[in-house]
Design a protein around this ligand. Structure first.
Ligand code: PLP
Length: 226
């Protein structure tokens, strides 16, 4: 299938999942995950209206940044502190903040360029050891700390589900992320805005939409297998 057919298919499925959950599809942002894919192929997606691109490595954003216009870049992969300075001027949203030290460095680098960097906190809901992200219990204390940073705005939460998870497990994870965001929102912490839930990939985005995702990150389903 072509990228165009893939994009149409994914949009249709998002729309149907939104309907099943009595949601408006306009609440859901489709992020095309372009990691490992060449610029020409990514541009086919952009021509089909994909204007949010997700990458998980800083280096790859730097390589593609000048070659693809009219898109916003999302850093969705684990971010090392020493790479922050290369990405703050380019990232619309950093989805993978998982420590106070990383947040501190983002605040520092954003301040240097006069930017307020939007971020999400990455939460490891499933408890998988191999996954990055903080535990749900760590989220509220971390929000309290981040609240003090003037050059960071926390817009929500992000999670990744295990690849082989069954549907009940996926619903537990995605539903758990939503509940956590509601709990954080109820605390009304200054500078912590819980509007976004970044959850769902090619294999599970429809379930994520049913469970309240506002951003889905779809790579394979748009650009093909890696
Ligand atoms: C690669 C990746 C995706 C997209 O994965 P697909 O299964 O190809 O859709 C989404 N989120 C993160 C964090 C990723 O690293």
């Amino acid at each position: 299938m072509s990228v165009r057919e893939n994009v149409e298919n994914v949009r249709k499925r998002i729309s149907a999942a939104a309907k099943r959950a009595n949601r408006n599809e306009s609440e859901i942002t489709l992020i095309g995950v372009s990691k490992t894919k060449p610029v020409e192929l990514i541009k086919e997606g952009v021509d089909c209206g994909i204007c949010e691109l997700g990458e998980n490595r800083v280096q790859e954003v730097l390589e593609k940044y000048d070659k693809i216009e009219n898109v916003r870049w999302h850093l969705i992969g684990h971010l090392q502190k020493n790479k922050v300075k290369y990405i703050v001027d380019k990232a619309e949203l950093i989805h993978s903040v998982d420590s106070l030290e990383l947040a501190k460095e983002i605040d520092k680098q954003a301040k240097k360029i006069g930017k307020v960097q939007k971020i999400l906190l990455e939460i490891n809901i499933s408890g998988e050891e191999s996954k990055f992200g903080i535990t749900p219990a760590e989220a509220i204390p971390l929000c309290g700390e981040i609240s003090r940073f003037e050059n960071i705005k926390a817009e929500g939460l992000m999670t990744m589900a295990p690849k082989e998870a069954a549907e009940v497990e996926l619903r537990r994870i995605f539903g758990g992320l939503k509940k956590l965001s509601e709990e954080i929102r109820s605390r009304q912490i200054p500078g912590i805005d819980m509007r976004e839930l970044s959850m769902g990939m090619s294999g599970d985005y429809e379930i994520a939409v049913e469970e309240g995702a506002t951003m889905v990150r779809v790579g394979t389903g748009i650009f093909g297998a890696r």
